[in-house]
Structure formats: C-alpha cells, structure tokens
Design a protein around this ligand. Structure first.
Ligand code: CMC
Length: 423
C-alpha cells in the first residue's frame, strides 16, 4: 500500500498523488492541482504550520519531550537554565557551556533605571501585572535598537540572554509596583529561581534566603512551562517573527497571546473557579452546570492532549512537596474532588477531557503567596525560552512571512450611499 493520498478534482477529473512524509502532506502539491481553492481550517487545528525539531508531543499517549528528552527526566534532574540552553541549542550543555551560559544570564538581569522609574511606575496603581509585563517587553525593544540585526549571531545571542535574564526582573517589578512595595535589585549571587523569589519577597533582610524546596519547585515549574510546540502564543511568536520583527516585540506579542484565559490565563481562571465553588459539597452541582453549558471546567481539556497532561501529573506531585513547607492549600480538596467527579463522568470521558498543567499550578502559586494576577506572568517567564527557540529555528530556515488566506463570506459588491440618503 502506497504511503500517499490521492486527490481528485471532480470538476476536471484530474488527480494528484501526494506522498505522506513525517505524518503530513505537502500543501504545495494541493495548490498545484487546485490553485485558488483554500483549505478551510479555523483554529489551524489540522494544519502543521512548520517543521520543528524542538518539542515532541504525543497527545493520545500523554508524552512530552524537549529535544528528545522526556519531560519527567528533565523535571527530576535538570534546571530551568539548562533546559533553556537545550531548547535553544538542541543539545544539553557541557559543564563549560553550562557555566558560561549561567554566567551570561546572571549578568544581564538588571533593567535600565528608566524602565523601572519612568515606564513601570507610570502605570496606574492597580494595573494588572500581566498588562505591565507585556508592555514592558515591547518597551525593551526601544532600549536595544541593535536587536533589529536579527541575522547577526552575536547580536541575536545578546538579546536572547537579555530577554531570558530580564523577564524575572520585569515580572517581580510589576508585582512589587502593584502592591506598593519598593523594587528589589537582582542579586547575582543567587541562582535563577532564588533570585526571582528574592526580587518578589525580600523586605529588609541583607539577603533573602529562599526555602530550597520552594526554589526547586519554581525551577521545576519553569522547566514544565518552557515549551509546548505550536500553541497559540508560540504560533504568534512565529507569525510576528516571520515579518522579521525584533525579538522583544515578538516576545511581547507572544506574551499577549498567552494572557487569554483559554491559554496561559487558565491558571488564574482555575483558582477563581475553585474559590467560587467554595466547598466539596458544591462540586457535583458545579460539574452539572458545566455540562449544561454554563462555562467550562477550567484547567481541563487540551487541543493536543486527549489523555492526562504529563505535566499535570508532575505538578500534582509537586503540590504535595510545596504544601509540606507552606501548609496545604484548602482548595486542594475541591480540586481533587472535581478531578474525581469529572474523570468518572461520561461528558468528560467521551470528549477525552483530562486535567491540563493549569489545573494544579495555581494551587501551588497561591500556597507560595503569589497573587492570582501573577499566575500568567509566572507562565510567561520560562516560556520566553521556548518562544525564542522557535523564533531562532524559524529565522534559520528563512521561512516565508505568515500570510494565510480566508474564505470571504461578507456582502457582495455594492455602491456607496451618501450619509444623508441612508435610512
Ligand atoms: N470544560 C467543559 N467542556 C469542555 C472543556 C472544558 N474545559 N474543554 C472542552 N470542552 C468541550 C467543548 O464544549 C466541546 O464540546 P462539544 O463537542 O459538545 O461542543 C468539546 O469539549 C471539544 O472542545 P473544543 O473547544 O473543540 O476543544 P479545543 O481543542 O478547541 O479547546 C481548550 C481546547 C484548552 C481551549 C479547551 O479545552 C478549554 O477551553 N479548556 C479550559 C481552559 C484551559 O484549561 N486552558 C488551558 C490549556 S493548557 C495550558 C496552555 O497550553 O495554555
């Protein structure tokens, strides 16, 4: 049996055979047979927009790998910065490469004083930190005009280091501003997660000592969020990058895509949902409401996973480690009951809806003291390395500008009527 598909245009009787390569068929062959006839694919759910060697997902089997390494092994043994290096370079670093990479990132964590004093402090006192974060990323582009030289390897490397190093500083600055606390400068003597926690929580102590369990939990959460192939924000990154925009504005656009409750905003939505449910006794009524069309069960379902999200399994276990230090988040019992009821319910079984990563992350963040508004920002910090990996992969392949087609279904041609003649 040939590994191909044959398409016949019944209007002309012409056929074309298209080979199946790596689970995909080439749209160029389709266009050759059927010029001007578009594939109608809203949400791009059946379109492979690119070739990528970064992240592999088998949604039916619940498998996630970065550059071939299973997410479970990376979460257990690696650090976020090592994973960022892996995503960007394709290989795990040697000890020398690792120490120079960590050194580079550590020495680019400071932001320009104007960024903090004039830009961030210009926001209204109750600005959402994710709104501040998205705008600050775009504003960085104005501080580094050299970033436009996107095909110069040294210039590009400098912007990658700056972005990965500065996102925790911007995130913490946005938080401190929104709660009226003074900005904390980065401490280059601390590890990446410890420094982030220091910038978030330090008050007057000479050096903030993060609890090692919590610092490791943040690092693991950063590993789990670092990449997830062609999701909404990564596709945005590639789309904006395909116009050869600089990496700062492209990352800002990707972060904006992440902001929505269907994507990175889901962790915030999960916590609000758990608070609104209020008690275990209310769970069956809430699930019945969802089945009746009254909203969605936040943190459930995924475009790609039709199985338990492998990241959710790791986060569920991590929650217990964190609660040993912080005390149990009382919402955990509601979450566990929700999961139990949903996984036994025909509505969720038949639609293959399982918990995704966001179902349990909010519980951890809340137990660690992060305000709900910060949850999506916490997702964006590590995803920056994934976005940049896709940006570089795309630029190195010199891909075309993203420019899809549409099926026009608006009004047919008509003549303009002057305002006074319209009723
Ligand atoms: N609760 C209730 N019903 C759901 C849910 C849910 N969370 N998710 C999907 N469905 C139903 C949906 O109503 C539809 O039912 P029907 O066939 O009767 O119309 C069916 O399942 C298929 O849904 P869909 O909207 O076609 O699925 P999708 O692949 O377009 O959407 C999703 C994926 C993640 C947007 C969706 O599952 C959702 O809104 N989940 C809640 C939000 C959430 O947790 N998002 C985080 C995703 S993981 C983190 C990330 O990568 O950003």
């Amino acid at each position: 049996m040939a590994d191909s598909v044959t398409i016949t245009d019944n209007r002309s009787g012409q056929s074309i055979e298209i080979p199946i390569v790596d689970g995909a068929v080439d749209s160029g062959a389709w266009s050759k047979l059927l010029p001007g006839l578009w594939l109608h694919d809203p949400g791009l759910s059946t379109t492979a927009e690119c070739d990528s060697a970064i992240t592999f997902i088998d949604g039916d089997a619940g498998i996630l790998e970065y550059r071939g390494y299973p997410i479970e092994q990376l979460a257990e043994h690696s650090t976020y910065l090592e994973v960022a290096y892996l995503l960007l370079n394709g290989e795990l670093p040697t000890p020398q490469q690792y120490s120079s990479w960590v050194d580079d990132v550590t020495h680019h964590t400071f932001i320009h004083e104007n960024m903090r004093k004039r830009f961030l402090e210009g926001f209204h006192y109750d600005a959402h930190p994710m709104g501040m974060f998205v705008s600050a990323l775009a504003a960085l582009s104005t501080f580094y005009p050299e970033a436009k030289a996107i095909f110069d390897p040294e210039v590009r490397y400098r912007q990658i280091v700056r972005l990965i190093a500065k996102v925790p500083t911007l995130a913490a600055a946005a938080h401190r501003f929104s709660v009226g606390m003074p900005f904390i400068y980065p401490d280059n003597g601390l590890s990446f997660p410890e420094n982030f926690l220091s910038m978030m929580w330090k008050i007057a102590e000479p050096r903030f000592e993060a609890d090692p369990v919590l610092a490791r939990a943040i690092d693991v959460l950063f590993i789990l969020h670092a990449d997830h192939e062609q999701n909404c924000s990564t596709t945005t990154m590639r789309t904006v990058g395909s116009s050869h925009a600089d990496p700062y504005v492209a990352v800002a656009a990707a972060a904006a895509a992440l902001y929505g409750p269907r994507h990175g905003g889901a962790n915030e939505a999960v916590l609000k949902m758990l608070h609104s449910i209020g008690s275990i006794e209310q769970v069956p009524d809430f699930v019945a409401g969802v089945k009746g069309g009254n909203g969605r069960l936040q943190g459930f379902g995924h475009r790609v996973y039709r199985n338990y999200d492998p990241r959710a399994k790791i986060v569920r276990q991590l929650a217990y480690d964190v609660f040993e230090v912080t005390g149990k988040n009382p919402l955990l019992d509601i979450a566990l009951k929700l999961e139990e009821v949903a996984l036994a319910d025909e509505y969720f079984i038949s639609r293959k809806l399982y918990p995704n990563i966001d179902f349990y992350t909010g519980l951890i963040y809340e137990a660690m003291g992060f305000p709900i508004d910060m949850f999506t920002v916490l997702f964006a910090i590590p995803r920056t390395s994934g976005w940049l990996s896709h940006y570089c992969e795309m630029l190195d392949k010199d891909t075309k500008i993203t420019r899809p087609r549409q099926v026009y279904n608006g009004s047919p041609r008509r003549d303009y009527q002057p305002l006074g003649e319209r009723s």
